[in-house]
Design a protein around this ligand. Structure first.
Ligand code: SAM
Ligand code: SF4
Length: 366
């Protein structure tokens, strides 16, 4: 188990970022909050993204750290009780959206217990992001445990390319997971990271899925986070902007109509568009070309108990010393210490993200 690094019981807002490389943010937008209270106040926090593991059964090059993967020791992982304590505090703060992510969340043997514990907190929206490979086995139990919605990640519809991007994944296995998820949950969101020269020629094909099915296909701009394989060299070489994605879709499918997504559960950052003549929707996540930091309403929790203010590089606070003050089994929660930690972390949210940070996406959870 880790030990506390400060006299107050947790880090003094000190990040563990080990390299600070400026990003070429194309358009920074307004740097001050549009919320009445501002994204640096606790009142604006509406979602907690929980990475339950940094492990994964795939090895996507844009996500996993280069130079091999070294996973956290199991003893450093948050337990279901730890996660219930943190989520319970967040729930008391007013957070009603919980996103379960990873690494790959389905590789955790106690995933159902984690979800049941969050569900037991009372009314909230629980969603999960997964690569889908385990969904034929797990979809029904996940729904029963309390998951409301599932997003599956897929970056190619071509089996050979899918295998190359994921470091060995089988597209037919993904397809079975997709079918199982759509059947059990009624609908599904798909996450597609668009990378120039890798899969940008498939944008219109992916969009076509939203014409045929009532699914939401979300296109994510490649983010050169931390030390991932693709973040090396000139990271901008892979960036395909949301505007370029829109043009590619419209060239094949016709004009896309903007949708008002404000009532959507999950309060996500995607700009939503209706597919002309289609049943589904297109989502654009333009974190690089048009950062949405001024409306950011989320905090992130890593599987080892680090509360992060930003996906990129804000600051972070270690919650483990708060959790492990008494017996590990104790369900007693130190609300005052959590409040201080959450307040400190939220205050560290940057005006606009501008640095890569030192963590690969697989350890943060997207
Ligand atoms: N394993 C699960 C999955 O693949 O959906 C959950 C974790 S994954 C880190 C969460 C999301 O982050 C996925 O949709 C993935 O495509 C996205 N992602 C990972 N690395 C990324 C990067 N460098 N840029 C943009 N999105 C990324
Ligand atoms: Fe695993 Fe998801 Fe990262 Fe791919 S994107 S390596 S599936 S965590």
């Amino acid at each position: 188990m880790r030990s506390s690094s400060s006299a107050t019981g947790y880090h003094q807002g000190v990040t563990t970022i080990d390299r600070r490389i400026p990003l070429n943010v194309l358009q920074t937008g307004p740097s001050r909050p549009v919320y009445a209270t501002g994204p640096r106040s606790l009142e604006s926090v509406r979602m907690l993204r929980i990475s339950v593991t940094d492990r994964c059964n795939l090895r996507c090059g844009y996500c996993m750290p280069k130079g091999g993967v070294s996973f956290q020791p199991k003893d450093d992982l948050l337990t279901p009780v730890d996660l219930a304590k943190i989520s319970g505090f967040a729930h008391r703060l007013g957070v009603r959206h919980f996103k379960i992510t990873g690494g790959e969340p389905t590789v955790r043997g106690d995933l159902l217990e984690i979800i049941q514990r969050i569900r037991a907190l009372g009314s909230s929206d629980i969603s999960m992001t997964s690569n889908g490979l385990q969904m034929p086995r797990l979809a029904a139990s996940l729904k029963e445990a309390g998951v409301d919605r599932v997003t599956l990640s897929v970056d190619s519809l071509r089996p050979d390319r899918y295998r190359d991007i994921t470091g060995g994944g089988r597209f037919d296995v993904f397809q079975k997971g997709l079918e199982a998820t759509a059947e059990i949950f009624g609908t599904v969101k798909l996450n597609v990271v668009v990378m120039r020269g890798v899969n940008d020629d498939e944008v219109a094909d992916f969009a076509g899925l939203a014409r045929e099915r009532d699914w939401t296909v979300r296109f994510i701009e490649f983010m050169p986070l931390g030390s991932s394989v693709l973040a090396d060299g000139d990271p901008d070489q892979y960036l395909v902007t949301a505007d370029e994605v829109t043009s590619s879709i419209e060239a094949v499918h016709g004009p896309l109509d903007p949708l008002d997504a404000s009532a959507d559960p999950g309060v996500g950052p995607a700009r939503l568009l209706a597919m002309p003549g289609g049943r589904g929707r297109i989502g654009l996540i333009h974190a690089m070309s048009r950062p949405f930091c001024e409306t950011c309403n989320r905090l992130r929790l890593t599987s080892s108990g680090i509360l992060r203010s930003c996906l990129f590089d804000g600051g972070e606070v270690d919650l483990m010393p708060i959790l492990r003050t008494g017996s590990d089994d104790s369900e007693i929660v130190d609300d005052r210490a959590f409040l201080e930690a959450f307040t400190r972390c939220t205050a560290m949210k940057p005006d606009v993200h501008g640095l890569r940070g030192g963590r690969a996406m697989s350890s943060i959870g997207g």
